[in-house]
Design a protein around this ligand. Structure first.
Ligand code: PHE
Ligand code: FE
Length: 278
């Protein structure tokens, strides 16, 4: 059963961004958020994120997706397209598999700088798009889209969605300089940009594909467990080289893990106090 796009949207669910309709006040919200994050993120975000943001030029206000897409296209062959909120899973994967990142076009109100129910253009574009300028991460996102379409055939989408959650949205990476953030959900949040690296509350565990796909997640508060990858290269290589079909079969027979479970097989970087969640 295929859902129809809302009125005004194309069959692939895209809509015009409506760049000309943003008010000066809306651009000002972007600049406030941008300045706040850019003060916080040097030394916290993975360097590739900061390089991507600088290359794409995002400081002046809400970016025009057409200009952003031109720059990204030249760098890694990606585009940014606007959609009205959430799109059906198959549509989302279809866009990623074709190197199109779907983004909301609305921006949060000035009195909602910290709390958001639905991802806005600041989360979607500031959080996600800079890393699409990085070749390896860009390839991972496309591979994920293809893998997503395939997972639906196995009824395993909700398992694969956890991989997205714990990498693309809330991932940490080990670097020679220490832990760094690459997950967009953290990078677009002032509170979680500090919490994810500095707080003794959450667990920080070495990334493992099967482990992650068994682990539930919460969407209503800071994460209680983060998974740490070794590098974008290792993440891409593992996911490309692994046939997920047998993993999905094995997962069907394994119980889900609670968010704060720590297994004897986990590589534990931080055993969190979970004080913040208590
Ligand atoms: N190799 C995976 C499969 O067999 C596809 C995939 C790639 C999934 C990247 C997630 C991320 O389904
Ligand atoms: Fe996101």
């Amino acid at each position: 059963m295929r859902q129809d796009p809302p009125p005004g949207a194309a069959p692939d669910w895209t809509i015009p961004q409506g760049f000309e309709r943003y008010t000066e006040a809306e651009h000002a919200v972007w600049r406030t958020l941008y300045a706040r994050q850019m003060k916080l993120l040097p030394g916290r975000a993975v360097p590739e994120f900061l390089e991507g943001a600088a290359l794409l030029g995002m400081e002046e206000g809400i970016p025009d997706f057409r200009r952003l897409s031109d720059r990204l296209m030249a760098l890694t062959g990606w585009q940014v397209v606007a959609v009205p909120g959430l799109v059906p899973d198959d549509m989302f994967f279809e866009h990623l598999a074709n190197r199109r990142f779907v983004a909301g076009n609305f921006i949060r109100k000035p009195d909602e700088l910290d709390y958001l129910e639905a991802p806005d253009v600041f989360h979607d574009v500031f959080g996600h798009v800079p890393l699409l300028a990085h070749k390896v991460f860009a390839d991972y996102m496309q591979a994920y889209g293809k893998g997503g379409l395939r997972s639906m055939g196995f009824g395993a989408l909700h398992k694969l969605a956890r991989l997205y959650w714990y990498t693309v949205e809330f991932g940490l990476v080990q670097t020679g300089e220490g832990l760094r953030i690459y997950g967009a959900g953290i990078l677009s949040s002032a509170g979680e940009s500090r919490f994810a690296l500095d707080s003794p509350s959450p667990n920080r565990l070495g990334f493992d594909l099967m482990r992650v796909m068994r682990t539930r997640y919460r969407i209503d508060a800071f994460q209680q467990t983060y998974f740490v990858i070794e590098s974008f290269e290792s993440l891409l290589q593992q996911t490309l080289e692994t046939d997920f079909a047998p993993l999905y079969a094995a997962l069907a027979a394994l119980p889900d893990l609670a968010i704060t479970d720590i297994l004897p097989t986990d590589r534990v970087l931080t055993r969190g106090s979970q004080a913040q969640a208590a």
